[in-house]
Design a protein around this ligand. Structure first.
Ligand code: PEP
Ligand code: MG
Length: 580
């Protein structure tokens, strides 16, 4: 009898292996008072532990091979900087001296103090997020307890190709060690799609599920399990039949990936010679590289929220480096950079205080940027500076009205003038587009089309707002229906408005990366799709083999109630059936 657990798949891969539970570990953190004479020795012990913690990270960094993820490198560097920070070291030393307490105790107190403070120190270097501070400090605590390194000790096999590690959460140092040991898969009880661990798993291509509640209690050491990242499922105690099935599935998946690559080089035209354009969604360097490798025409959506999670309120320089790297990697193909879309389901902890009673309807997306002009200025300046090095487009999220667009445009123009005055030459024609992802924006698409240079449809949000269902609420997930006539009518309306005003309309929500719904979108006249690079080969094949005229007729007949299809599922089946 097998046990099934669910979580959120951060990568779509499949892993088979035996469980290794990485428990929080019984790190002893003693608390005691010192006599006057031992204070200096204790401070020396503390300094030495900081030094060894930092050395450990340095060795880890030195061992990262040249192709290792830039993200891993950045996160480890960030932890190293924390361990070198004089403010943290000095204030902990002072606590040892003033309260005559031992190093471990002082460190716990000091790091708690900073954890509470870090939101208010938004622009300070020490304002690295709570997660970073906690993980970096734990390395020092391990040194003090004489258990150096990470929880991945020598008792763990060196090669982990048959092991799936289960933990409460995982820090960047642990993730790096695990990936160097070629771990088969990862499961954590906590963390969302934007936790450090998830970001790293994506960039290191390790199959991973996050948010698997009670996984440490429910999964036994050494038991065989299957991790299915696509369905967000863990199957424990599988019988031979299920194991064989998943082995086949994993192989078929790998074969299919290779097979689909054959289509990548073909010109993007349907069987009836209708052109389509495929773009990539990418946030991190390896994803941009994968976009390039998949032959995309550009990047249709660079989400920038992760920058605010990794570094908590990154300054202009940090952002400039990230955008510039994206532009450089894409070698002349346009990169559409979306301004911060914080709020709702994507909330950097450092901005948590901006949230009202209903985050999905609160201060989010462009609203937040317009309310926090200093934050917005840094991002716009960074994007404009990166645009000097290659084609860049700015995308504004969560619009509801034309006035927001006007405010944003004049703010961007002012930033450009400031940069000009500082000697930068920024293209005045840099396209500024808007996400059409609220019913209001969709309904006034004609008006918005006169204010914007392009549209990008965020179907994830549009569907949730049109159908009044929270996309992160499991209880109403069943209502998510991209083929609901209300959704289709709005999509058609947006496409037609774009066409009337001669501006491009891209779809960048999940729908665009699904090979079946790609034909639905084609049937609505939406032939610019932006998706994660992994989805591109299958979507490309689907569209290469599609007849766009037939898709159009099918969708029009459905919307007119003349198709005979009972529901959207039947419509999708017809669109993707033989001969279409
Ligand atoms: C969307 O809403 O469809 C979209 C692409 O943006 P996000 O998922 O980041 O909200
Ligand atoms: Mg959205």
């Amino acid at each position: 009898m097998s046990l099934g657990l669910t979580g959120l798949g951060v990568t779509s891969g499949i892993a088979l292996g035996r469980v290794h539970r990485l428990t929080p570990g019984e790190l002893s953190i003693p608390e005691y008072h010192l006599d006057e004479a031992s204070v200096d020795d204790e401070i020396e012990r503390l300094q030495a532990a900081f030094g060894r913690g930092e050395d450990f990270l340095k060795r880890l960094l030195d061992r990262l091979d040249r192709n290792a993820s830039e993200t891993a490198r950045e996160l480890l560097e960030a932890h190293r900087l924390i361990l070198r920070d004089p403010l943290l070291i000095r204030s902990t030393e002072e606590l040892v001296r003033s309260d005559r307490i031992n190093a471990e105790w002082a460190l716990v107190r000091q790091s708690e103090h900073f954890q509470n403070e870090f939101r208010r120190m938004a622009d300070d270097y020490l304002a690295l997020r709570r997660e970073d501070l906690e993980q970096a400090v734990s390395l020092v605590q391990r040194e003090l307890a004489d258990q150096p390194g990470t929880r991945i000790g020598s008792e763990m096999p060196h090669e982990l190709a048959d092991t799936i590690v289960v933990a409460g959460e995982l820090g960047p140092a642990e993730m790096t060690v695990l990936s160097q040991r070629k771990v088969a898969g990862l499961i954590t009880e906590h963390g969302g799609p934007w936790s450090h661990a998830a970001i790293l798993a994506r960039s290191l291509e390790i199959p991973m599920l996050v948010g698997v509640h009670n996984a440490l209690d429910l999964l036994r050491e050494n038991e065989p399990i299957i991790l299915d990242g696509h369905y967000g499922a863990v199957l424990a105690g599988p019988d031979d039949g299920l194991l064989a099935h998943y082995r086949d599935k994993r192989e078929a998946w790998q074969r299919r990936r290779l097979d689909l690559r054959r289509y990548l080089g073909r010109p993007s035209r349907t069987v009836d010679d209708h052109p389509f354009i495929l773009l990539g969604n990418a946030d991190l360097d390896p994803e941009f590289e994968r976009c390039l490798d998949s032959g995309v025409d550009g990047v249709g959506l660079m989400r920038t929220e992760y920058l605010y999670l990794a570094d908590s309120l990154p300054d202009e320089e940090r952002q400039y480096r990230a955008y510039r790297a994206a532009v450089d990697i894409m070698q002349g193909r346009p990169v559409t950079i979306r301004t911060l879309d914080a709020g709702g389901d994507k909330l950097p902890p450092v901005l948590a205080y901006t949230q009202g009673p209903n985050p999905a309807l609160g201060l989010r997306g462009l609203r937040l940027s317009l309310a926090m002009k200093d934050l917005f200025r840094q991002q716009i300046r960074a994007i404009l500076r990166a645009s000097v090095h290659g084609p860049v487009e700015i995308l504004l999220p969560m619009l509801t009205g034309a006035d927001e667009v006007r405010q944003a445009r004049s703010f961007i123009a002012a930033c450009r003038e400031d940069l000009r005055a500082e000697g930068e030459t920024i293209d005045p024609e840099l396209p500024i587009g808007g996400m059409i992802e609220t019913p209001a924006a969709a309904l006034i698409a004609d008006q918005l089309a006169t204010e914007l240079d392009f549209f990008s449809i965020g179907t994830n949000d549009l569907i949730q707002y049109v159908l009044a269902m929270d996309r992160s609420d499991e209880l109403v997930n069943y209502l998510y229906d991209p083929t609901h006539p209300a959704v289709l009518l709005l999509l058609r309306r947006i496409q037609q408005a774009g066409q009337r005003h001669g501006i491009s309309v891209t779809v960048c929500g999940e729908l665009a990366g699904n090979e079946q719904s790609a034909r639905l979108l084609l049937g609505l006249g939406l032939n610019r799709l932006s998706m994660p690079p992994a989805a591109l080969p299958a979507v490309k094949r689907s569209l290469l083999e599609a007849d766009s005229q037939r898709c159009r007729q099918e969708v029009e007949a459905y919307l007119a109630g003349q198709s005979g299809h009972a529901d959207g599922r039947a419509l999708l089946a017809a669109l993707n059936g033989p001969g279409r």
